[in-house]
Design a protein around this ligand. Structure first.
Ligand SMILES: Cc1ncc(COP(=O)(O)O)c(C=O)c1O
Length: 358
């Protein structure tokens, strides 16, 4: 089977399973802000047209300044990217041929870029039994032999997060053993209790924090992310990057989004409440869920070893989950769903209720 590598673009999932795609689908395989981009983006969009004629600012200076001020870092500790995805590609080049640990199941791009750059990859496998947040003693041992550690936090696809104290313990071990600690915080701004490590970047030269603006601000089609690290690391990564990596519209949208903290705060609160509502309903139907703290979650029907029949049932109804066939340790035994707007989540609840009765 030729499974799509990521969520979104549902037509590829329909094609690989040979299920007829209904005219209207609800895509739960994406994990973006369910309310879309902040209204300010729409308001300014027309006036941004003039900017597509010229080349973008190669340094993205205004946006970099905004980020640096927000994170209390110097401008040279910030690197913009064409989405977090591009920044991972640059990191792969930085880490070429080195020894890498990836905490998994997780976002599959880390492994892909490491393999493409000849890295020696090993894994710290999170277990379902521990709720994907097990003790990290063994990981701390592994760090001693590694050049870099990738941790997605909060983790995609489980939605789970470690307490801040655990993150700081891992960070200290990485610094001590000269191992880069690459923390992907693409979904950190969906955590009600924030847990970014950005404030440690100044003190810890081995820390690299990667952020995405495409999730909270629903601008995935525009592509925008940034990375926080020591000025030396930023300079090395920049040397691998195309000169105009981030386009003018993404730069303008980024400036606009970062001034919409209220929008992010409201979304964060709403998603947390809505996730609780959905989870209560699903648990009462007999489904098992990951203890997600963000805007997506894993679900399984415990009566099925492999969730393929449920996946096919939902696709036929125009409801698109994210399959988990390419997450080692999940292997199709779970499905991932994004938290969408309430009415859309109700459609999902109804379909999952029907599945239980069929
Ligand atoms: C965990 C995680 N990190 C990073 C990314 C990349 O985000 P983007 O390139 O849209 O900024 C994704 C995209 O799905 C993701 O799930």
């Amino acid at each position: 089977m030729n499974w799509p590598l990521h969520g979104s673009n549902p037509k590829y999932l329909y094609e690989s399973l040979d299920v007829l795609k209904p005219g209207h689908v609800l895509d739960f395989s994406v994990n973006l802000n369910p309310f879309g981009p902040p209204p300010a983006i729409k308001e300014h969009w027309g006036s941004w047209l003039d900017h597509i004629v010229d080349y973008p600012d190669p340094k993205g200076e205004r946006l970099v300044e905004l980020i640096a001020a927000k994170e209390r870092l110097s401008n040279d500790a910030v690197l913009l990217g064409n989405g977090g995805a591009e920044l991972f590609t640059l990191l792969g080049q930085l880490l070429a041929k080195q020894k890498i640990i990836i905490v998994q199941p997780t976002f599959t791009e880390y492994e892909k870029i490491c393999r493409a750059n000849g890295c020696i990859v090993s894994f710290f496998q999170l277990s379902e039994e521990s709720g994907w947040t097990q003790d990290t003693d063994l990981l701390l041992e592994q760090i001693k032999e590694a050049d870099a550690l990738f941790l997605c936090h909060p983790n995609n696809p489980t939605g789970t997060a470690y307490p801040q104290s655990v993150l700081l313990e891992i960070l200290a071990a990485c610094q001590e053993h000269d191992c880069f600690f690459i923390v992907d915080e693409a979904f950190e701004d969906f955590l009600e209790e924030r847990r970014t490590l950005a404030f440690c970047v100044k003190e810890y030269s081995r820390l690299i924090v990667v952020r995405s603006l495409t999730k909270m601000y629903a601008i995935a089609g525009l592509r925008l992310g940034f990375l926080l690290a020591s000025p030396e690391v930023v300079a090395r990564l920049r040397s691998f990057q195309p000169y105009w990596a981030v386009n003018s519209l993404a730069l303008l949208a980024g400036e606009c989004c970062l001034q919409e903290e209220g929008y992010a705060r409201k979304t964060r609160r709403w998603v947390a409440k809505e996730r609780l509502r959905i989870h209560e309903a699903l648990r009462s139907m007999g489904y098992i869920l990951s203890a997600s703290q963000v805007n997506f979650y894993l679900l399984k029907d415990p009566l099925l070893a492999d969730q393929l029949p449920l996946l096919t049932f939902l696709l036929a109804k125009g409801i698109v989950p994210r399959h988990t066939m390419n997450y080692p340790g999940l292997d199709g035994r779970w499905l991932r769903f994004g938290v969408r707007q309430a009415k859309e989540n109700d459609v999902l609840l109804e379909a999952l209720g029907k599945w239980k009765q069929h």
